[in-house]
Design a protein around this ligand. Sequence first.
Ligand SMILES: O=P(O)(O)OC[C@H]1O[C@@H](O)[C@H](O)[C@@H](O)[C@@H]1O
Length: 306
Amino acid sequence: MNGQLMKELEELGGEIRPASLKKCDEIIIDQPGFSAVIALWGGHLVSFTPSGQPDLLFQSENKGGEGRFGRRHFGVPVCWPWFGANEEQEDFPAHGLARYFRWEFIEAGRFKNGDVKIVIRLASEDHPLIEEMWPYAFELRQVFRFSSKGFRINFTAANLSDKPMPVSEALHTYFHVADNKTAQVHGLDQVTYVDKFDEGREYQQQGVVTPCNHMDRVYVSSPEECEIHDPDMQRRLIIQTEGSGSTVLWNPGGKLAKKRADMDKEDYCRFVCVEAGNALSDAYVIAPGEIHQLKLKVKHKPLMED
Ligand SMILES: O=P(O)(O)OC[C@H]1O[C@@H](O)[C@H](O)[C@@H](O)[C@@H]1O
């Protein structure tokens, strides 16, 4: 690991630790107002814990399988360059390639206002298997921004090939809730969703989404802001996005969770996935030489505070 980069990370109060997941490293940031963990395997935020509060992201005791395309992607895994199943190659893993490769740690520092900045990168040219599976050269970057108020992820995808590159994607955030039966998602009233648990039928959301149990819904052309209200934790999570047409809500429910090797039996009760992305009719194309940005901002507040 580059010595200058390690020095910059140490100056931030951060360190690199070996992690058990795929025997890859994690970046740990400990600050007076929060702590955060980023896994370099799969390149994603694993944990964000404001001081004195439960993690904003779901944690599981289940360590999952260690195979390359084995499941275990809690926190904010990146689904890219395809969301869901690959329509042309049945044997390709669901939700794309980005979450199955080692990302490179490239920058640690601070923003002008003191917020912590960490940057990681995944380039197709560094991974022969990616080049075999996806015929477009690309570079991905995630800029993480942390403060005691919450976290932000700026995800940028550059098409370095000379062909238009089709993309569907999501920042597949597993938000930690005390109980999925009482958690509520606000902000999607009247938005049309495709119900993947009901043969892709379309519905219109009426009011608040609750309970958040056994659902697999793609809200298309959705608003840029929604909120999770957690009455048991007395916490509100405000989720703001840019460059995201779709909001995906997912929770496997008890029956499906039982069949999964990456989840313990009751895990599904303690998360709601609210995913910022572009799926189904919101999928798009990045022109040769162009970039696309997907931004996610998450703030936490007490339930009753404005
Ligand atoms: O198990 P995975 O591949 O991480 O995906 C979990 C779920 O992710 C959701 O985003 C999808 O809409 C679901 O269909 C899918 O089952």
